[in-house]
Each structure stands twice: as structure tokens, then as C-alpha cells.
Design a protein around this ligand. Sequence first.
Ligand code: HC0
Length: 582
Amino acid sequence: MEIRINNRVVQVAEGCTIWQACRSVGIHVPSLCYLKDVSQNASCGVCVVEVKGARSLLRSCITKVTEGMEISTNSLRAMEARKLNVELLLANHPQDCLVCDRNGNCELQQLTFTLGINSKRFVRTRKEYYAKDDSSLSLVRDPEKCILCGRCVAVCNNIQDVKAIDFSGRGLKTKVSAFLDKGLGNVVCTNCGQCALVCPTGAITEKSSVSEVWAALQDPEKVVLVQTAPAVRVGIGEAMGMPYGSLVTGQMVAGLRRLGFSRVFDTNFAADLTIVEEGNELLHRIKNGGTLPMITSCSPGWIKFIEHFYPELLGHLSTCKSPQQMFGAVAKTYYAEMTGIDPRDIVVVSIMPCTAKKYEARRPEMDGAFQYWKEKLNLTEKERFFDVDYSLTTRELARMFRETGIEFTQLPEEEFDSPLGESTGAAVIFGSTGGVMEAALRTAYELYTGKRLDNIDFRSVRGLQGIKEADVNLNGTILKVAVAHTLKNAGILLDQIKNGTSAYAFIEVMTCPGGCLGGGGQPIPTNAEIRERRAASIYFEDEHKAIRKSHENPEIARLYKDFLNEPLGEKSHHLLHTHYVE
Ligand code: HC0
């Protein structure tokens, strides 16, 4: 369709919005509320443009183009209105940019600069001051910094179908809040952190443990171990100024050593361990008439979702703890025994692309190592410790690197420490939607058939489609599997189980769009294009790994030989498996 934008004749797609049309011809109209694939609230008024013949300025994010339309994005009237709307937002916004978590990466701050706003013109109009909500183990909400753009509400309601937050009040009293103002920690929030990822300001951020980790690193009595999740290696580079999806495994290891961690280990090692346990669990259920479909259990936001909304289906969850938690339990038992380090002196820090991992680490049942040592060391309840002490997001790790002035891009590539550092290609793909399924199939096939699997790429479960499915031929037995990412898509598969129409034997669910590579703790921005680049790097690492099947990881074989004895055995049961709460 032909239209005019800023006096230039252009061809744009029929049915698109003015915002999209402008974008398609290289004109960026700013917006603080519109976010592709997430929200289209038309609440901020920043994207207004002038259209010939229209009585008022139009919001470009919701107005569709029509044949022959004449649009001006840079008329004085449009530019002044845009500026005025931002100035009105600033009237009620705290002026504490210098100490704000999002300083340097705030869309409001950036827009204030690009629109040339250099003084505060209006006084505060809102009378009430809102307190911070820090009731959650994962997230902190500061309603004073909220500009009511509605992105968080949209992602929570439409993408995750959780509805933990919404608008309340009217006029100047409008705010975003959890149900009855109870605080995020006291409602159905799954801690996924997608709200923090889409927030244009510092109104929602992760609850940081950076200062606690610095303190542990300075403590001469402590041995501080770090584990890094699969998706961090394709995210941390971005946060340090590198291109989207940069694969920086070796530099990340080097950087962590320079921060002072005693040993740098890999959550991927525990991902391989998870596959061995979970693969055996699946086959056990298939052979013994156990509950099917079995559903993966490594994504903590997903666990909270099913506990809240579908408690009657908890029996479908694998009992395997997540790799983060398996790592903590193994580090404070097997590794402690092997090295003679008192488990009370070990501090396990995990670096995760996820905010819900903070919550997972504090679930009361995640103290397997303490239970293991309790009698042996005569420990009292006061000495109780968790398997994982601190879980930091990718963004928090970037903050630590910045604080120390580490030139991340100049770091050499280094290897993980051993044991607990070796991993396979199957483990790294955990970071992408479909990856746990593919990793499990690589192992389950060989366990079930006793034959070698030569073509190990299960491409039908890859990609960013919301729900994927595949039929896998296990020597004549067809295993129907499905993969879902986002909690809304998970809900669709759960409803099928509920109404008896589910055709699957095994389902993978990941909480966040794209899987962990799109997790709520990843660098901002994270969008569809960036997720694809991170996924490409993850599959690249898998392809170039010497070993690509979890059960072939020699360090895992050694762990079973020297400590666990066998998959699903007594020790595994206590340290690597868990239960769920309605
Ligand atoms: Fe994930 Fe995980 S893959 S949940 O997405 O299973 O956060 O990256 O660390 O634990 O391994 C996140 C990522 C992990 C865990 C692993 C799983």
C-alpha cells in the first residue's frame, strides 16, 4: 500500500499500524508502552504522530495505515506533544537516576535525553507515595518508578497467563499492584521475572544478592564455588557490550576466576546428571505403568505455576530437582567428601538467566546436603544450610564484572574446573526451549533400545514455536512428546491432560519465552530476534562439543561409580529428587 511519511512516498504492508509502517522504512517512533509481541496499551502517548485530515494527533502504535495516508512523525506539533507526555511522566518520577538499578539502561532516561528535555518543568501531581514491595524472594517492585505503561501487566496476563499483577485505582490513584496490594511474595506470582525484563524503567528489578556474594568472597573461612547455567554463556557477553547472542563460555569462566571464586563449575554438569536421572525415571514410568505424561521439572517458575493452578496434576511432574539444585546437593556432599572441605564452609553461588532460581534455592525442601550431613556431623537445626546459597542473575554478574573493572572482552578463554565442570552438548541445549527434551531423547533412546543413536539432532523439537510435538521411534514403540514454553502454552497442554485428550508420554515445559535464554534475569533488552541469536549460539556450542549425550559424560560416570552408585538409587532419591506442594 502507498502512503506518505514525512513527505516521502513509501510502500508499506497493508493492515499494519503507523508505528510498524514507520519502522519498516527506517523511522523509529519512540514508545514507552508498546512492545512487539507483548503489549499494545496505547497508554504512554509518546508515539503520537500527525496525520493529515485527523482532528487530533494519533497514537501510532494502535492506528492502522490506510491507502494514501499522509503521516508526519516530526512535525513541531507531534514532537512537542511527545515531549510534553514524557515531561508529565517525569513530574511523578523519582529523580534518582544516578543510584537506580537501571541507570544507563532505562528507556525513560534515554528518551528524556534523545528528546532534549533538560529541565524538570512540572511539579509532582500525585499526592501519595508508594512503598517498595520487597515481599518476593526474587523481585522488588518500586511503584514510585512505575510509569503505568502496562507492559508488566501484559506479559504477566497475556504471555504467562498468571495474572499476578494488574492496574488498580483510578485517575491519579491508578497503580499497578498485586492482588489486594498483598505484595508479589504473597500472591500467585511465579517469580519468572518477565515483568522485570519488559519494564522500561527500574520499577521492577531482581532482588539482588551481589553484596552477600562479595562478602562471602572476602571471607577467608569460606570456599566459594560458582556454577553457571547453560543460557548465561550466550547472555553475559551482551551485558558487557558484545553483540547479541555472543558465545563467551571461556571468557565467562576466566572472569569468574578473576572475581575470586575458588572453583568455577558448570550447571551443565548437573544438567547431564538430570538427564540420566530423568531419562531413567521416564523409562521406569513407561515400563511400570507410572503416571504419564511425565513433565519436566527444572524450571522453577513452571513448578510454582502448576502448584498454584493445577495441583491435581502434580503427579505428572518428574521428581528430579533442577540442575541448579542437583549441583548444590552434589557440591556439598560428593565434592565436600572428595576434597575434605567441611560442607558448612562451602558457599555455592549460581549464575542463572532466571529470577525464579532465587526462590527455588530457598524452597524449604532444598536442603538435601544438610540432611545428608546432619547425623554424620551432629548438626543442629540452627546450623541448617541450603544446597545453593545465592543465585544471581546474568545481569547481577555483569554488575560484578563492571564493579571490578574487568575488561570482559579482553579476557582469555579458560576451562571449567574439574570434576563438576565437564559437560556435553546435551547439557548446553537445556538453555533453549526444546533442549531438555532433545537431551532426554538422546539418552532415553539408547537406554531403552540398547542401540547407538547416530542421528542425535531432534530438529522437530527446536525453534521458537509456542508448542512443538514429535513422534520418536524407540525400536518400534512410538513415544509422543511435546514441548511448551511460556506458562500460557504450558496451560494448554495441562488442560489436555485434565480433560483426557493428551496424547503425550513426555512433555517439556520452560517458563520463559524461548526457554532460559529468554529468562527474566537475562540482559535487557531481550526480544524475539535476540532470543534467536542466543539459541543459534547454544546449538553451535552443542554441535562443537566432543561429547553430545549426557550419559557419556565421564564425570557423571565417575560420580555414580564413586558416590551415587546408580540412577534412581537411595542417594539419588535423597539428594537429587524432590516433592511438590499443593
Ligand atoms: Fe535454565 Fe536449567 S536450563 S532451568 O533454563 O534444567 O535458569 O540456562 O540453569 O537448573 O541446567 C535456567 C538455563 C538452568 C537449571 C539447567 C534446567
